[in-house]
Design a protein around this ligand. Sequence first.
Ligand SMILES: Cc1cc2nc3c(=O)[nH]c(=O)nc-3n(C[C@H](O)[C@H](O)[C@H](O)COP(=O)(O)OP(=O)(O)OC[C@H]3O[C@@H](n4cnc5c(N)ncnc54)[C@H](O)[C@@H]3O)c2cc1C
Length: 568
Amino acid sequence: MPLPLCTLSSQAHHCLRALKSVKKDCLPPLCIARWASTSSVPRITTHYTIHSRNKDKRWEGVNMERFAEEADVVIVGAGPAGLSAAIRLKQLANEYGKEVRVCLVEKAAQIGAHTLSGACLEPRALEELLPDWKERGAPLQTPVTEDKFGILTKNSRIPVPILPGLPMTNHGNYIVRLGHFVNWLGEQAEALGVEVYPGYAAAEVLFHEDGSVKGIATNDVGIQKDGAPKTNFERGLELHAKVTFFAEGCHGHLAKQLYNRYNLREKCQPQSYGIGLKELWLIDEKKWKPGRVEHTVGWPLDRHTYGGSFLYHLNEGEPLVALGFVVGLDYQNPYLSPFKEFQRWKHHPSVEPTFEGGKRIAYGARALNEGGFQSIPKLTFPGGVLIGCSPGFMNVPKIKGTHTAMKSGMLASEAVFNQLTNENLQSKTIGLDVPEYEENLKKSWVWKELYSVRNIRPSCHGVLGVYGGMIYTGIFYWILRGMEPWTLKHPGPDSDQLKPAKDCTPIEYPKPDGKISFDLLSSVALSGTNHEHDQPPHLTLKDDSVPVNKNLAIYDGPEQRFCPAVSY
Ligand SMILES: Cc1cc2nc3c(=O)[nH]c(=O)nc-3n(C[C@H](O)[C@H](O)[C@H](O)COP(=O)(O)OP(=O)(O)OC[C@H]3O[C@@H](n4cnc5c(N)ncnc54)[C@H](O)[C@@H]3O)c2cc1C
């Protein structure tokens, strides 16, 4: 039976408050190297998942007891997927007069604060979730009025018509500030009774003795950079649930543990990734075209480097544009810097005039999934489900994953709600297994949509590179709508595509002018990220020898160029 709706105990609140005071302590590793140690190197990683506290004298006598709270469902991550799932669960509970306790933890200090602004939203899932979204004041203020697509060469731009039905068509979509939209979803969830806890990262997955997921533990706080406890050390809190939803977004660190534990990636291809860099600008009002969506491919990337730009003109009272650049992480030349490619793209003669006289007001970057249909893992396991960009429902040619993330969360909630309220349920495990979610997802429009575009990204790996992908899209997507009877494979993990530095030419990037283009440090200062100095680095290496012995020795340290936040 579902537990009665209640709020966290005062001890639990104490833990959560303590956690809030050190917001981003112990955040998930962005990059985990996989090679075995070969030599003695200075110790970089201090995280307890690599260096156990049990054998560390500095932890002797420290109280490691954790308080636990019980819920029906715990959701990790308040992005579009996690919030849509939470809303759907509460809608169903209200509709059927059931009490279902839903707790949601989000590592950002405010809901939506970790979401990069500026996106083009397909409202299909929103229409299904909250059909009265207009009356509820959803921040969708800019319907798309114009779509432009171009191929850039160094000095010119070749316009490409966007025929109806191509993935880049945005008729009916909205340009949004995604962080505002997510924040609004958070308000809807809270109004329905979801317990939303921003400022708390889920740091560990907890398991029952029967192997099913028991819930999560939030991060401990008050730990020094060298891994020792500070005087204000506070243990995290355990949140137990019948089903835990993992909605961490792309490349979540808890999902990676689950892949291994339950062998969830056994039948799918390796995930492939892109890095997306975004900026928000206030531009000269005369150049502002509210509702316009622009995309380019080509310069400054070569044809074998997947990627391109987007530029969205918002209509939110002031002349705002959201722009960005995506680079597939299966690029070959280790000297490539996605950040610097983005900066020099802004100097293209057909792009630069938009920014002249304008002011950059925000910067951010994050990873996105590019594996699509072929890389979707098994989505359910005893006690848990994966939703949104965590397993990866991004429609890559559309550069859209919000609508699919939302729908996956909704479908998971419908399946989970049925089990939670099934009085005749005979579960084999304490944590409930809900395979119906995956079955229903496979019957949904999400599956159909991802299936139809499945071959577009892999078709960019031929001799013609990205242009081959465009030709493929024209023939097989536009005419056959993805009904061709074959499924192309990705070439393998992104890292396998990287060539040794000795086989590549270093790339000379122009110096930023401080007006249109900028350096990395001043950009990170605009990203709203803020890390306490004396805390363990949030990059956790399984093997501290890899950066020097492998990355530097063979690839000339590509992490110093691909990282968008100077974390290395
Ligand atoms: C550059 C770029 C451009 C994009 N453009 C578009 C676009 O125009 N249209 C579109 O539809 N989509 C776009 N997307 C994709 C879209 O952003 C994602 O598909 C969507 O945000 C996925 O939602 P999600 O809820 O699965 O994950 P996310 O939005 O990533 O949300 C995950 C949340 O979980 C939190 N979290 C992660 N780990 C933990 C933890 N351990 N504990 C607690 N909280 C945690 C994160 O802080 C985050 O708030 C773009 C993506 C990028 C990178």
